[in-house]
Design a binder for this molecule. Structure first.
Ligand code: SAM
Length: 436
């Protein structure tokens, strides 16, 4: 049993809540006659609980003149803190939104039978309220925070202590009857305290570099993996489920955040190749050669030609193909697929490169398709965002999603090709030439 329990931090990992928190801190400072503090600076103070945040904000606002050494300051601090908490609790979802791909990640985790836990230093009541508003509360099996008590009434210690993770293990073992150990857990968070808690517990740790906490401090704790956003882990759920992954390519992909095809989609293409006697494949977008090696390994008479624009990935692919003894049958091309000139015909053309260019790739390479060949395209669901654009708030992601939708329309209305759309992996299409 590999990784079965996904434990998430809240702010900076699941939700981008920095601005709402900072706005309320500044409103509290202003209300009590203190100078406001720069929003970005305030956001970087988060991660250790609201009291620590407010204390740092007061110190910054007064150029380090505020401390808790006098009775007056202690009382004043309690009042400001109370004001902040009340204000934030009544306005926690003004600018707060989910990070890109989070909803889809949670949906996939539940579909694959994984346990999903929240371990936060934020009051669970507030986290649950925000999650409900953002439509993700139903995905959590367990939420652990400052209000959590053990069966003997003891408060669960917060991060960086690993108490909450031990608590989660006990609770899940009781509820599910599965004897989970720390080796079945992954702790995912954007701050150093998340990584320290995971390491203290002895589980795998994943750092999110694009969160709201101090990225350098988080990375200095050496998480096992780091991604820009938590949802990047979706591609690796199947690999992480394995007891031990000895596959060099998959490990490399995971460490270097290289996109590779999801197993379900890749398995589908492999089955297609086998059952349709495909002998030649042209792949647009090699990455580090995961799919091309898989395709070529299916049978000694299969040949793969694959194009990659990124030099480092191309070099890694060359190495992987060599290590698998496939250099005679996998032709790797370093270049831009939009300008390369490829001769010959292929039984299967697999489009898996820049999504915004799908239509151009299709129009260019259809001339290389054999008479009964097919063009397969991946990522047509784009983590569920093609069906539900509200899953992202990111402007450029929305733009990309709209381009994928346009490509789907292009396929649907195409007079030369007929296309079947499958809900495999991240959404696949198979296009064949219409019969005359
Ligand atoms: N098919 C690969 C697999 O499953 O192992 C994954 C490919 S990855 C999703 C997409 C790759 O396409 C990236 O490595 C990217 O650098 C490459 N790419 C993007 N635009 C390209 C272009 N115009 N020509 C060639 N490769 C491109």
């Amino acid at each position: 049993m590999g990784i079965e329990v996904y434990v998430f931090d809240c702010d900076g990992t699941i939700i981008d809540s920095g601005e709402d928190i900072a706005d309320c801190v500044n409103a509290a400072l202003k209300h009590f006659g203190y100078w406001e503090v720069d929003t970005r600076e305030l956001i970087s103070f988060t991660g250790n609980g609201a009291k620590a945040l407010m204390l740092r904000a007061l110190a910054r606002s007064t150029k380090n003149h505020f401390n808790l050494e006098t009775e007056y300051n202690k009382n004043q601090f309690e009042e400001i803190y109370k004001y902040y908490v009340e204000l934030y609790n009544s306005n926690p979802v003004v600018k707060t939104h989910l990070y890109a791909g989070i909803k889809e990640l949670l949906r996939v985790l539940k579909k694959k039978g994984k346990k999903v836990v929240l371990f936060t230093n934020k009051p669970i009541k507030i986290a649950a309220h925000i999650f409900e508003k953002l439509g993700i509360l139903e995905y959590f099996d367990l939420m652990i925070g400052p209000e959590t008590r053990t069966s003997d009434g003891r408060a669960v210690e917060l991060k960086p202590l690993p108490d909450g993770l031990y608590f989660a293990m006990e609770e899940l073992n009781k509820k599910s009857g599965t004897p989970f150990t720390n080796k079945n857990f992954v702790m995912i968070g954007d701050s150093d305290v998340d990584i320290i808690a995971g390491k203290n517990f002895g589980c795998m740790t994943v750092g999110c570099r694009g969160g709201i906490a101090d990225k350098e401090k988080m990375l200095s704790q050496n998480p096992d993996l780091s991604f820009s956003v938590a949802s990047e882990i979706e591609k690796f759920i199947d690999i992480l489920s394995q007891d031990k992954c000895d596959d060099f390519i998959k490990n490399f992909a995971m460490k270097n955040e290289v996109p590779i095809m999801q197993d379900e989609g890749s398995d589908f293409i492999c089955d297609y190749i086998k059952s349709n006697g495909v002998k030649s494949v042209l792949e647009i977008g090699t990455a580090i050669g995961y799919s091309s090696v898989r395709f070529a390994k299916l049978s000694p008479d299969i040949r793969v030609t694959t194009i990659e624009i990124d030099e480092d990935r191309y070099n890694a692919a060359v190495k992987n193909v060599e290590q698998n003894g496939l250099s005679q049958r996998v032709t790797l091309i370093f270049g831009d697929a939009l300008s390369e000139k490829i001769s010959g015909e292929f039984d299967l053309i697999f489009i898996d490169a820049a999504k915004a260019q799908y239509t151009k790739f299709f129009e260019k390479y259809k001339h290389n398709l054999s008479a009964s060949g097919v063009i397969i395209t991946d990522n047509l669901s784009f983590h569920g965002m093609v069906e539900d654009l509200s899953l992202t708030n990111n402007y450029s992601t929305k733009k990309l999603v709209k381009k994928i939708r346009k490509y789907i329309e292009f396929l649907k209305s195409n007079e030369e090709f007929e296309t079947e759309f499958l809900k495999k992996g991240d959404g696949i299409s198979i296009s064949k030439r219409r019969k005359a």
